[in-house]
Design a protein around this ligand. Structure first.
Ligand SMILES: Cc1cc2nc3c(=O)[nH]c(=O)nc-3n(C[C@H](O)[C@H](O)[C@H](O)COP(=O)(O)OP(=O)(O)OC[C@H]3O[C@@H](n4cnc5c(N)ncnc54)[C@H](O)[C@@H]3O)c2cc1C
Length: 386
């Protein structure tokens, strides 16, 4: 039986779900709010783990293409002290394929392939249990019903309220993201500092991380503990000797405030901020650890919509594996009762795995942006293969 399936959101979760269903010749409607695939900058680089994201790509039949596109050398990781001295310099073996990096844009295009996404279809609400199935309401006033609606619409999911009252809360850590272009030609010293992968520097309640993407593009993340409204009073909230509020749209003002926040750090490290282009604020929000809900027939969640956690390298991986697993279960279910049972079983499995990772990443964030920078180094030593 061909169920009427809709997935809301064309991120890693939604596209992997749709792509695996497509591989099983099962129709699926992909509804994405963005008006086009390239409507927004796609974001930085993702490392896909052998037993999570890569497993999902295998289920989608895309592993060989991923291996051709991805950057195993991007697994390299260097940790510096705030004075610029090298504390750790980890290089992957040439045959190491445990966590290769791929640009988000490349991953999106790989997953999109033959999928027929309906762009510009923002969802406002999902109402389960109507006579004809789960009802999806769109921003433009239209509506449509499906046998199963899968909410893969990220942190601020509009599908989530159909199953759970949970909302994300602020972790107390904010990232400010900036970028460098053509790093090998325009900033060769920084290119050497960053190497093929990432460089990270951990200080007291703050950190700077730079990650190489493909094509000489680098993403830099300044991370610090601060209240959500930190920019309204830099003196009170960050201890900087600046009374006026900070206009987050003023690139030079943000740069100068970040340079003041990281004052005293080695000059080459601060150059990551000096040469950064635009600055984008990303306060880190999370859902409660082990977020679960009473099963609601006709609606479920995947990825960040289900278990938003700190960005410690697993969110997209889990999202993709969940997408692939749910798609396989849906494709195998024949009657309406089988579909509901398949979703229930999937949810139990997702909750158990995501709960474990939510605990690990919450504890990890506490140690990476911590009053004791030695915690970050210890964490690196615990997780890095020798
Ligand atoms: C700085 C940073 C670095 C990260 N690095 C990594 C990493 O290295 N590895 C890793 O595994 N994870 C990483 N993550 C986490 C990862 O980005 C997320 O976990 C992942 O993107 C979740 O995928 P998703 O498909 O669930 O949600 P999203 O990627 O958020 O996709 C949701 C999609 O739904 C669409 N949408 C939203 N609302 C609606 C609506 N109402 N109607 C229709 N469509 C809608 C959005 O436009 C979007 O396309 C990082 C996160 C951050 C912030």
């Amino acid at each position: 039986m061909r169920h009427r399936i809709a997935v809301i959101g064309g991120g890693p979760a939604g596209l992997t779900f749709a792509r695996v269903l497509h591989r099983h010749d099962h129709p699926v409607t992909v509804l994405e709010r963005d008006p086009a695939p390239d409507a927004r900058p796609p974001g930085g680089t993702l490392d896909l783990h052998e037993k999570l994201g890569q497993l999902a790509l295998g289920k989608a039949g895309l592993l060989a293409e991923f291996q051709a596109l991805s950057r195993p050398e991007g697994q390299a990781m260097r940790i510096l002290d705030v004075d610029g001295s090298v504390l750790r310099d980890w290089q992957p073996r040439p045959d190491d394929r445990a966590n290769p990096e791929i640009d988000r844009g490349q991953l999106r295009d790989l997953l999109l392939g033959p999928l027929d996404v309906r762009w510009g279809r923002g969802v406002t609400e999902v109402v389960p249990g109507t006579r004809d199935g789960a009802l999806v309401r769109f921003e433009d006033g239209r509506q449509e019903t499906f046998d199963l609606v899968v909410g893969a619409d990220g942190a601020w999911s509009r599908v989530r309220p159909a199953v759970s009252p949970a909302t994300p809360h602020y972790t107390g850590v904010t990232l400010v993201e900036t970028s460098l272009d053509d790093v090998d030609t325009r900033h060769s010293d920084l290119a050497r500092l960053i190497g093929d992968g990432s460089v990270a520097v951990y200080g007291v309640n703050r950190a700077l991380v730079a990650q190489r993407n493909s094509g000489g593009h680098v993403k830099v993340y300044a991370q610090f503990r601060a209240p959500l409204d930190w920019h309204t009073n830099l003196d009170r909230h960050l201890g900087l000797n600046r009374r006026a509020g900070l206009d987050l749209a003023d690139v030079e003002a943000v740069r100068s405030s970040l340079l003041a926040l990281f004052d005293g750090w080695a000059a080459p490290v601060l150059d990551l901020l000096r040469h950064g282009t635009a600055f984008v604020q990303r306060p880190l929000y999370v859902l409660p650890v082990s977020h679960i809900w009473a099963h609601v027939p006709g609606v479920t969640l995947l990825g960040d919509a289900a278990h938003l956690m700190p960005p410690l390298g697993v969110g997209a991986n889990l999202a993709m594996l969940e997408g692939a697993e749910l798609a396989e279960s849906v494709a195998a279910a024949s009657g309406p009762g089988d579909l509901d049972e398949a979703v229930r079983t999937f949810e139990e499995q997702m909750w158990a795995r995501a709960g474990r990772w939510a605990e690990i990443t919450a504890a990890g964030l506490e140690r990476l942006v911590s009053p004791d920078p030695a915690q970050a180094l210890a964490l690196f030593d615990e997780v890095q293969p020798s």
